[in-house]
Design a protein around this ligand. Structure first.
Ligand SMILES: [Zn+2]
Length: 264
């Protein structure tokens, strides 16, 4: 059976209570479908349109469909690519630490003004539209971030150069992971992405849903979006600009993948 627009919106609201109270059912569903056009098949637009008064469905149908919907979300989250946001600590930082002494470092970097990461961060001028967006969007208000963190987020999104070392998409090495089925370990490749993009994905309006699916894929609940944002702010303050993302491979081989599926 198909959902009406109203029912489909209700399912979204069930998953994210209060987050979208300021959106109409139509708008909410429209935003969702922009992101996930395939879900269009799940909705009967005619039914919602001409039959404004929806008779209540038997409760068993409702819970059944709600599970189906949740499964869809999880599925979307999984194919969305696991986002393993691991802070890659063994990083060569170009700035920091050598501003106090001697003339040697002056010769190595003449062009840049030496200042601490904190100072550099504080000197980013906040763009007006971004400031307004963060101050007025209900979804962000509901996260309960304090004013300082909101200001940090404004600065991050206003950063004119979020990829200063041109590292996005390049390799940041490998990490070892245990096979979900057998005792073997295997290596997964990582690539750099910017913290800026992570923040953007989590709070920019067109990406609200992507944010949640990313959250699910990364193994943390929607309520932890706030924690993730705070973490991003703190890293940015220290001068960090990158995450190392590893792919979401779970098994050491196709054989293990198949055996696991067969046994579950
Ligand atoms: Zn294995």
């Amino acid at each position: 059976m198909k959902y009406t627009i109203k029912e489909f919106a209700k399912e979204i609201r069930k998953l994210y209570p209060n987050d979208y109270d300021d959106l109409s059912d139509e708008k909410l569903v429209e935003l969702w479908l922009n992101k996930y056009p395939n879900d269009r098949d799940k909705i009967d637009f005619n039914k919602g349109g001409k039959d404004k008064v929806q008779t209540t469905e038997p409760s068993n149908t409702t819970s059944g469909s709600s599970w189906g919907f949740l499964r869809t979300i999880i599925w979307i989250g999984l194919i969305g690519g696991g986002i393993y946001l691991f802070y890659n600590s063994n990083k060569n930082k170009n700035y920091t630490s050598s501003d106090s002494t001697s003339g040697t470092d002056q010769s190595s970097s003449v062009s840049t003004v030496q200042s601490s990461p904190e100072e550099q961060f504080n000197s980013i001028s906040i763009k007006k539209d971004i400031s307004e967006y963060i101050d007025t969007t209900k979804f962000i208000t509901n996260l309960g971030l304090d004013e300082n963190k909101k200001k940090d987020l404004k600065r991050i999104l206003s950063d004119p150069n979020p990829d200063p070392e041109n590292k996005v998409g390049t390799s940041c090495g490998q990490t070892e992971r245990k096979c979900k089925w057998c005792p073997n370990s295997f290596n997964v490749d990582g690539t750099y992405s910017t913290i800026y993009n992570d923040v953007k994905k989590l709070i920019k309006p067109e990406n609200i849903f992507e944010a949640y699916t990313a959250a699910i894929a990364g193994g943390f609940a929607p309520s932890q979006v706030k924690d993730e944002l705070v973490r991003c702010c703190n890293l940015y303050r220290t001068g960090e600009r990158y995450f190392c993302n590893y792919n979401n491979q779970e098994f050491c081989s196709e054989k293990c993948k198949t055996e696991y599926k067969y046994n579950h």
